[in-house]
Design a protein. Sequence first.
Length: 505
Amino acid sequence: MQRSPASPKVPAFPQVLDRLALVVMLLLGLVIAALLFLGDRTAPSVRNFNWQSKDVGANDIAFVLAFSRPMNQATVEKNLKIEPPLLGKTSWAGRRMAYTLTMPAPYGTQYSLQLENAVDFFDQGGSEQLPIKPFQATFQTRDRAFAYIGTQGDEAGRLVLFNLTKQQRLILTPANLVVNDFKPYPLGDRILIAATERSQQTRGIIEQKLYQVSTGIQINPPTQLDPGANARQAQAATKQPVGTLDLVLDSDTYQNLKFDLSADGNIIIVQRVNRKDPADFGPWLLKAGADPQPLKGQPGGDFLITPDSDALAIAQGQGLAILPLYPDAKPLDFLPKFGIVLNFSRDGALAATVKFNGDRTRSLYVVSNQGTQKELLRTEGSIFSAQFDPTGTLLYCLLSELIPGDTYREEPYLAAIDTKTAKLTRLVPLPNQRETQISLSPDGLAILYDQATEAQTQDPNAIRNQGGQVIADSRLWIVPLETDNLAKSKPEALPIPGLRPRWLP
């Protein structure tokens, strides 16, 4: 009888492996069940605060806190502390909380932010709840600083930077140039100036060239949510020593007259006149890294670049045209009854304009981008300038009233007008000061202005105002604004002789 072959012996190794896998799965199942029942017991935390150790400016209106997990929003809002306090409102998007300021943070101030005792979204307030890991951070606003044109001694005709926060004064331009006007770049690291060689000072703006001069200021701005904005900001910033001067536009073929700098610092518009053909005049466009080019077919008069840096508001004929900033483009809008645009609100939603009435009066209007037009003031005097506060609810104006009498005489004054109610509050009388220049601080808390005394001398080397009159002396004043009661705002004299003060952004 033949014996059947023996069955092969099955090794025990696979059975051991199966048992091990089963044990591992059971353990994982228990861990998952425990996590589902008990929840993740690691404490939530702040992963990012975009203002940490940054220099915050007036255009930085909101900061963002990013958390490691969804949070109980009420506990975060209750326990968030900012010192000194900054009023604002919160909004949420998933794990990110944005805090939008009601007003820009006052300049020249150090701030601390603290968050503790907040809990995550899934914590229902049990006895074993884990609060957020305590978070502390600091940030600061930019220094309170302004520039002006000196009138005495070594400063005469030169651009000077004064840092109120650090009490520092720096002369920025060389002695061979007389500065006629200037506009700061958005980071305060440079200033665009129109200047004339001192040897040609008697010819004034006819010979002026455009330069940019470095201030030595280095801003570390907050990270923006738009990566492109960060790249443009980094590209625009310079790290040049104080007083580095670069020629932007010469005056060999064309005279350079009025100019404006866009809010992003990338565009300059200059009114130019051909030296050989006075009929060849109009605005020219200068972009970073490109040759100057005329805006053909757009001669026009007074102009201002819109806050979005995309368009130009320019007086044309019997109205104001809003033109896109590229050649041969059709107007975006036309406002037929207004002759001058004085200023835009920071968000570009409002414009302050002047209408010249048939009865020889002038009207100050606020025009919105929705097409509404509101008359704030009608006067027989003059409307020299106006600037919106950061919220757009107040318009600070340099005005004048006509004094009755046999001779024509105007009395200038500084005033604030509520854009909603048209209520006018007089701030400072400025007798015999038609050439006064005012500048509202970026945080909306102070106004600078100059007060000059004209001289009878015809010294060709003397400093002159924009009307061509020789300046004997000029002093700078500051008006700290009592925002709760503007009528109580009182001017304070600064121990600084100078003209045309302008705050840095």
